[in-house]
Design a protein around this ligand. Structure first.
Ligand SMILES: Cc1cc2nc3c(=O)[nH]c(=O)nc-3n(C[C@H](O)[C@H](O)[C@H](O)COP(=O)(O)OP(=O)(O)OC[C@H]3O[C@@H](n4cnc5c(N)ncnc54)[C@H](O)[C@@H]3O)c2cc1C
Length: 578
């Protein structure tokens, strides 16, 4: 979702910071004088002094310095999304040998991307990296790829539904959080009036006073219910939180848990107070990766763990988790007929797949039973290549339109996709429940109608202005877990009651919601659990007795009890949406 245009682009539909602070006017952008958008990358923020970065760093250090196992454990990880790759990377750091099994032939899971016949990339999702992602920033540094994040101006930019082509900005000054966020909100008078801002601020007081504990306690309320309970006017919800809810979890505030919004605000506006100054002022800064995630982020992770004794196998879809008599895992049976054995096993597959593959003897155990409370949410990611360069903004934009969530002109925001002559808009279509089953042509037609409002002088639904050169629609019927009210209690920890089986994934318990940061962090947490459980012991006799074939056995062709082909096919659709 990010941009990286060389030089300067003029004629942006975005109002300037100065205009944003002034009185709302319905004069056209042209009448007011268009903002000159300086399309450039901003310096990598100085994360290293922040408490959150230091915490992430110390967990990395703990894993790297963990007691070396008597013999490296062969840890079989199902799923090469960010959680599985992160687990593999940190297990390699801890001296173990990860073997990642990926069902498809592409890395990244929900950050997967493909090249079309012209060599243009299309992606599962428009992805933004926030300053509030300490484990990701840490990971980029450890892999030596931190220059691949293209940081953007410290702003949040919202389209104005009643003023086609106009945008309203929240510009964050270079001050410590939460003051930079407070000032950004106070300076924007277009979206919220002063009484509305004051009511909202009063509503937020308990969250400020009681912190994360209060945020977590609000999980039983939707955003809309919480706003009403706190006396916040409905207009605040309409102006800000419909867009926020769609961006955070692809659903509306009537469904989204308030914990998600409060947690995001907490992470973005982390206060620099307390015994040690956190130095956190970059949480709400946004960056785009400079190219496609499988090559620019996932491959370096694979290179890293392969260089340390790990392995990765594509087209290795788990069909069944085969158990020993004591309910521990004996091996994983793949759809291609192979059997994969290890000392330990991690599922880094999406929760919907884990539910399908759940062995019967586990299904009634409370730890596994709770997964039934979680389910992926549908979302659609759209790419439209136009025959010309549209009015461009070098940033993520909140569309505030009924069908769309966030979008960006990737030909401006991302180096590898850069094009000075033609725009490629990447748009997240959400909520997608009613649309996921419809043909691509219908989805594109509906998107074009919404683009008329966002680009009133350049786009018409009938293409009488900008023409579509080509498009790609990527549907993910079950993406990240749907964070409706009351889901938190169903999120499992990484350590399961089964001694040789663990879970990783953005849906597992960690404090960063269903996000790339959450996925990477879950990979570190599962490694920490394994290190605590096993590193000091190496392969104990009890582990060995449960798993007769250890590392040397590797992958063996074999027959395992077969789950129906329909189930396996379903697992493919759920996993990738492609
Ligand atoms: C449209 C969209 C936009 C997003 N935007 C953002 C954003 O801006 N910022 C952000 O932080 N996050 C964003 N996210 C969320 C983020 O992508 C996810 O939280 C994260 O990538 C999840 O990683 P994961 O490893 O937990 O799961 P996944 O990425 O789902 O990985 C699971 C892996 O398991 C594999 N698998 C499935 N079944 C099997 C099987 N039977 N055998 C073997 N392998 C199997 C899958 O193929 C996949 O590779 C977005 C997601 C989407 C869909």
């Amino acid at each position: 979702m990010q941009t990286a245009m060389r030089g300067q682009a003029s004629g942006s539909g975005c109002t300037s910071g100065r205009q944003a602070r002034g009185h709302w006017s319905r004069r056209s952008v042209r009448e007011r004088g268009a903002l000159r958008v300086v399309a450039k990358d901003y310096p990598t923020p100085d994360f290293q002094s922040s408490d959150t970065y230091q915490e992430a760093l110390s967990l990395s250090t703990k894993l790297r310095n963990a007691p070396r196992p008597a013999k490296p454990l062969r840890v079989v990880i199902a799923g090469a999304g960010l959680a599985g790759l992160s687990a593999a990377k940190y297990l390699a750091d801890a001296g173990h040998h990860p073997v990642v099994l990926e069902g498809r032939d592409v890395l990244g899971g929900k950050v997967a991307a493909w090249k079309d016949e012209d060599g243009d990339w299309y992606e599962t999702g428009l992805h933004i990296f926030f300053g509030a992602y300490p484990n990701i920033q840490n990971l980029f540094k450890e892999l030596g790829i931190q220059d691949r994040l293209q940081w953007k101006e410290h702003s949040m930019i919202f389209a104005m539904p009643d003023a086609p082509g106009e945008f309203s900005r929240f510009d964050f000054p270079e001050l410590p959080a939460p003051w930079n966020g407070i000032i950004a909100i106070l300076r924007n008078n277009q979206m919220l009036s002063w009484p509305e801002k004051i009511r909202f601020a009063i509503g937020l007081l308990p969250a400020i006073i009681f912190g994360q504990r209060y945020c977590e306690e609000q999980d039983e309320l939707t955003v809309t219910e919480w706003m009403r309970k706190q006396g916040v006017p409905d207009r605040v919800n309409e102006e800000v939180f419909i867009a926020m809810a769609k961006a955070l979890n692809f659903i509306n505030p009537d469904d989204l848990s308030m914990t998600v919004v409060l947690t995001a605000l907490n992470r973005f506006l982390q206060a620099s107070v307390g015994p040690r100054q956190s130095g956190e002022q970059h949480g709400s800064k946004m960056a785009f990766l400079d190219g496609a995630p499988p090559e620019r982020l996932c491959q370096p992770m694979v290179d890293y763990f392969k260089a340390r004794g790990g392995d990765l196998m594509f087209n290795s879809r788990v069909k069944q988790i085969v158990l020993n008599d004591d309910k521990s895992v004996k091996h994983l049976a793949l759809t291609n007929g192979q059997t994969v054995e290890g000392d330990l096993y991690i599922s880094a597959m999406p929760v919907d797949i884990m539910k399908i593959l759940m062995p019967d003897p586990w299904a009634s155990m409370p730890y596994f039973k709770q997964l039934n409370g979680l389910e992926g949410v549908p979302v659609i990611n759209i790419h439209i290549w136009f025959d010309r360069k549209l009015t461009t903004v070098d940033h993520l934009l909140f569309s505030r339109s009924p069908l769309l969530s966030v979008y960006a002109d990737m030909s401006t925001t991302c180096k590898e996709y850069a094009d000075d002559k033609k725009s490629m808009l990447e748009l997240v279509f959400a909520p997608a429940k009613e649309w996921i089953g419809r043909p691509d042509e219908e989805i594109i037609a509906a998107t074009m109608t919404e683009l008329e409002r966002l680009f009133p002088t350049e786009v018409r639904a009938d293409q009488s202005m900008a023409k579509i050169l080509k498009y790609k629609v990527v549907k993910t019927p079950l993406s990240v877990y749907k964070s409706t009210a009351g889901r938190e209690k169903f999120r499992p920890t990484q350590r399961s009651p089964i001694s040789n089986f663990y879970l990783a994934g953005d849906y597992t318990k960690q404090k960063y919601l269903a996000s790339m940061e959450g996925a990477v962090f879950s990979g570190k947490l599962v490694t920490e659990a394994i290190v605590e459980d096993w590193s000091a012991r190496g392969v104990t006799s009890s582990a060995a007795s449960r798993q007769p074939a250890l590392a040397a056995a590797g992958v063996v062709a074999g027959s395992a009890a077969v789950i129906g082909a329909a189930l396996v096919a379903a697992s493919g659709a759920i996993a990738g949406g492609m």
